[in-house]
Structure formats: C-alpha cells, structure tokens
Ligand binder design. Structure first.
Ligand SMILES: N[C@@H](CCC(=O)N[C@@H](CS)C(=O)NCC(=O)O)C(=O)O
Length: 229
C-alpha cells in the first residue's frame, strides 16, 4: 500500500521543518507505520496530488488523502486501532484539542517571532519571495520588524512553559508514563525551532528541555534524523 507524507522543507529538501508535519512523523512512528516522505517547498504545495491541499501535512494512506495534523492523527487512530494508541480513548482526543489550542496560540505565537527570519533564510529564492510576501501581509509588518519586536520574548517564553514544567514534574510525558499525540503536538513547534534556528530556546536543566530530549529519542530517535541548525 502506498503511504506518502508530504512534508515542507527549505532549499535543502532533506531538512523538513514544519511543526505540523513533525507531529505526524512522530504519530506514524508511534503507530509503527512505514511511509515515504515527499518533501516540497512552499510554492509546490498547491500542485500536490492534483491540488488536494493548501497546507501540509497531507498524508496519502492508500486511496485516502488526509489534510491537517490532527485529522491525520484521528485517521491513524481509527484505521489502525490494533497499533499503540495515540490518544488513549475518547477523552484523550478531546483533551488533546486543548493542547493543540494552547500550543497554537501560546507556543507557536511566541516561537514564530524568533524563527521567522531563520525560516526565510533556509528557503530557495522562489519560496523566499512567497514567504516574505505572505507573512508580511499576515503580520502587517516586515519579517525583520516582527523578529525585532519579539526580541524580549525568549525570557517570557520560559514563563509561558510553566504549566508544562509543573506537569512534567509529576509524569514523564503529557500522555503519562508513555507519550501520546499531546506530546507530539507540543514537540512539533519546538522541533521546528530546533531545525531552522541556531537560537537557544530551551534552557539546560529545565524539565521541559529534558522532556524534549526524551521525545527526540523516541521511536528510534526519528526526531534526531534531522540535525539541529
Ligand atoms: N492546522 C494545520 C496547519 C498546517 C499548516 O499551517 N501548515 C503550513 C506549514 S507549517 C503550510 O502548509 N503553509 C502553507 C503556506 O503558508 O502557504 C495542521 O495542523 O496541519
């Protein structure tokens, strides 16, 4: 059966960096499902699978095409129930939606201010032009101005991670003793920053850093298949 994960990369297609794609990489590894990666640039996305999506991840699973990281995780859970669970039941699905909302509104919002220019710099010329144009419309200012305005955010990020720190003081993973999709939701954006940016985001000795390192080691160290910037 054909299983293809469409991933997003810069000029170096061997370094996929999308946070949402990384959630799916870990989810597929968690389920032990083999797949091929098709790495594309931003401006290639509209042509994937005959125009199936405006965003990645997109997963082709046999004759099914699934867009959106959470929808893909739900699909994997429903289609492969005999494999290790990503959610640990219906309650896990609902609560993982909260983790997704928190990650999207707090973590992505903070991290993007550090990594926006780093992302731009790792893209090929055509994708750089698209990225600058689309993100400057989205933020209402230049990429440089966004990064400059977010300069103090590194200090405030540590405080934003306090809920994670408290939780990880009680259990090794958001999923409890073993990881779940909730872990991968938060892993994704931190992995995005690790791959595109040389800036130090997580401090040594922080329980969140220790958890992130544990996640990098999961499933044969698939998270380390792309080196840090
Ligand atoms: N909610 C979606 C978000 C997907 C998303 O925003 N993907 C970005 C890459 S990180 C994308 O494909 N952007 C295309 C573009 O900006 O043109 C998910 O969880 O999969």
């Amino acid at each position: 059966m054909t299983r293809i994960l469409y991933a997003l990369a810069g000029a170096d297609r061997s370094r996929p960096f999308s946070p949402h794609v990384w959630k799916v990489v870990l989810a597929l590894a968690h389920k032990g499902l083999p797949y091929e990666t098709a790495a594309v640039g931003f401006t290639d996305i509209p042509a994937i699978e005959g125009g199936a999506t405006k965003t990645v991840p997109l997963l082709r699973d046999g004759d099914r095409l699934i867009v959106d990281s959470f929808a893909i995780a739900l699909h994997l859970e429903e289609t492969y129930p005999d494999r290790p669970s990503l959610f640990g039941g219906e309650g896990g699905k609902v609560l993982s939606r909260f983790v997704e909302s928190w990650s999207q509104t707090v973590l992505h919002t903070a991290l993007v201010r550090f990594v926006l220019l780093d992302i731009h710099d790792c893209l090929g010329p055509e994708d750089q032009a698209y990225f600058r144009r689309s993100r400057e419309v989205r933020f209402g200012k230049s990429l440089e101005a966004v990064v400059e305005a977010g300069a103090g955010e590194i200090e405030t990020l540590a405080a934003k991670l306090e809920p994670l720190r408290v939780l990880l003081g009680k259990q090794p993973y958001f999923g409890g003793e073993t990881p779940s999709f909730a872990d991968y939701i938060v892993f994704g954006p931190l992995q995005w920053a690790r791959i595109v940016s040389p800036k130090t985001i997580l401090a040594a000795g922080d329980p969140v850093t220790d958890w992130f390192e544990r996640c990098l080691n999961l499933h044969g160290g698939v998270g380390r298949s792309v080196t840090a910037a």
